[in-house]
Structures are given as C-alpha cells and as structure tokens.
Design a protein around this ligand. Sequence first.
Ligand code: TRP
Length: 454
Amino acid sequence: MSGGPTVQITDSMDTVNEVNDENVEDIVDPWTVQSSNAKGVDYDKLIKRFGSSKIDESLLNRFEKIAASRGQKVHPFIKRGLFFSHRDLDHILSLHEQGKHFYLYTGRGPSSAAMHMGHLIPFMTTRYLQKLFDVPVVIQLTDDEKFLWKDLQLEECFGLSRENTKDIIACGFDPEKTFIFSDLSYIGSCKEFYWNMKRIEKLVTFNQVKGIFGFGDSDCIGKISFPAIQAAPSFSSSFPHIFNGRTDIPCLIPCAIDQDPYFRMTRDVAPRLHLSKPALMHSVFFPALQGAQTKMSASDPTSSVFLTDTLAQIKKKINKYAFSGGRDTIEEHRKYGGDCEVDVSFQYLQFFLDDDDELEQIRKDYSSGALLTGELKQKLIKILQELVGHHQAERAKVTEEVINYFWRTDKYACSEKYPPLPKGSDKKKKKKGTPKTKEATDEIGNLKVTRETT
Ligand code: TRP
C-alpha cells in the first residue's frame, strides 16, 4: 500500500445500508483501484459518478477522419474503447480541425525502477497523439509526490525519475517537441511554474482537497498542497521555454481514470484564473495478471509483466498467473467455450494485438471452445515478448546525454509557433478559448466523498 488515504467516491443516490454485491461501489482513486466484480470496474457507472463523457461513435468518427487525412489509423487503444471517457475532447478536435494549437500533458509517479506493461499505456497513447497532431508534449515526473507518499529519500526519488525517463523516451517521443521534467529539479528553476502553483493553492481550500482526495488530520502538509503541483502543467504558462509565456494554449491530458480527481480540481480553478480548462482522455486500468478486479501493481511482482522481464520470465508469468476464462477440462472447454470477458490473456490481446480481424477470430474461437487457453496464451506470449524485447532495445540506446536533452529547459525550436501575444490581448482570447461547459464551478462541488474506515 502506498500509505495514501483510501477514499471511496460514491454517487449521491447511494444509501449506506443497502450494500450487497451488486451495489458495492468500485473503489477508484489515485491510490486504490478495487472492484468486487471479476469483469473489473464498471466503467459506465464511473462515467456517471465522475461526471465525464463517453468517447462515443461520433467522436471516434471524427478521430477516424483526422487520422485518415494524415494517412494514419486510429490507435487500437482508442478505437477499442480502452480510452473510454473524456472531458472536452470534442473541443480539442475542433481546435485541431481549425488549425489551432494545443499541447499534450501526461505524467508518472516514479516509485520504482521496474515499470510494467500497464505503465506504458498513457505513454504509448501520448506518443501516438503527438505524431497524429504534431504537437508538444510535457511529461511530469512526480518524484516529490513519491517522496511524500512512500518511504523513500529525495535522492532515491530523483534517481528513479532519471531511470524512468529512459523507459518513457523508449516509447518514441519526438525529442524536439517533448519536455520530460522532474518536479524536484524543474520547479525550483522555473518561477512561472511555481507562481502557477501558488495561484492554484490560493483557490482550493483544505475542505475541498479533503473532499476530493480524502486527506485527514494526520496527513503531512506536503500531501495537502501536492494537487496544485500536478495541476500546474495543465497551463501553458508553466513552460515559458516552450510557449513563450503564452497563457492561452489549451492542454489535453491522456491518463488513467484514477488521476481524474486531480484534474477535476484543476478544471474547477481554471476559469477563476481566466485560463482554459484542460481536456482529458481517460483510459481503463490495465488488469493485473490475476484478474480485472484490480490493476497491475509494481509492488506485487506476480501481478505484473515488467519491462525488464526476460523472454523466459514473460512466458512463465503468463502461463502460471494469467487468470483464465477457460473451463476446468478440455472436454468442458470444447463443449461450453471460454469467457473472454474475464480472461486476462484475451484482455491483454485487446491492448496489444493490432490486427482487428485476428482479434475477432480469437474471440470467436475462444468463446466457442475451438481455441484452448494454452493456445490463447501462446499467442499473447509471442506478442508480449516482441513488445518487451523492442522496448528493451530502445531503452538501451538512451544515454545520459539523451536524458539531458529531453530534460533541457532552453528555448525549444517549436516555440516559434507560439509568438508572445501583444500585452493585454490575452484576456479576451482566454475567455473565448474556455469551453462553456455547465460544470464550471461544479466539478468539486458535486462530488460526495466518504472516507472508508479500515
Ligand atoms: N500522479 C501520477 C502517478 O502517480 C503521475 C502524474 C503526474 C500524472 N501528472 C500526471 C499522470 C498527468 C497522468 C497525467 O502516477
């Protein structure tokens, strides 16, 4: 456990005494993901609870059009609904269609050197979006967060930021348009970032962060102000070396849905700072090997396929631990077929098997019993071995100089695209850029949060 508070966000219809299996809420917050259902978290319910929107057919069609116009395809993570929810993504697509600017922001809390497959999802997606839209990316490494939450020294957290940077670079980001930064290193060097933090801190009360994150009286004060640090990169003025002090470049954040509380808070303060609310794209969790009730966790080695695993370890882990939706005996399996909805190997294939037709054939054959669990696992092992092998080869190429290049804070060549606005012209523009969503002041207020007693 991270030692973070365990909060359960419930919707206002919930009545405390009516708890049975059907009604037990999934726990989803930045520290805990737990569902009592073998199929995993009920994501439709989560959209309602969090007040976000579904990435629906019409949005996918717009993505298709944009991708086609650039000779590309929609990434399987997006097309297959693994990014299932959003806030104002339609607005970002409109900006792109009108030839206007935006940038991408994502991040990682560097708590261990061993990253696993699940950690790759937001980075692979962000890299894809960077290529599709040709936009800058900022990647926050919250080593300060890990210092506060984990039993680690500052030096260790900072070292992990550098280690993890290698894995992030290995995903293929454009070195000319990507800024990877450690909070412990960058914030002290950038007045504009720090000033944005202060502006945010002034607008959020202790009561509100208690409500959103479940902080309590015995949490250290560092944790209480941390959300402002994760919020600050949502505003372009936090990166003067890329955006020349421009405050009006909108931001899109691809992340797993457990990070949404930070950005609900950010979206609540943005209009009060006369800034655009960041848009979001939320992904499902990458299931643990043992099943979709929880996500992969680096602290449980048997739950995860690590990016450092050998090919033999990958094979062994999938064969031994990947929860199977197959039947107990071959006879029964042939007769009744397997259950793709709970089968972890099938779910991983949904992430990493690119060929839609092949995936559909596997789904049919496994469900009918024509394909056995061992055969299904074999297909997955091959794909994961290729992916991890490729990742390891790319990571090995990342030298200290390459890390330094991605961490640099001198002017970016792409900053020419963002000429400073004439003084005073900011304000009107900012207002226009802010999408008129009804939840302007609602995003904190409408959440009822109960603390779990453990
Ligand atoms: N808090 C996140 C974690 O622990 C790291 C993070 C910082 C992040 N900024 C982000 C994740 C923006 C997604 C998007 O992993």
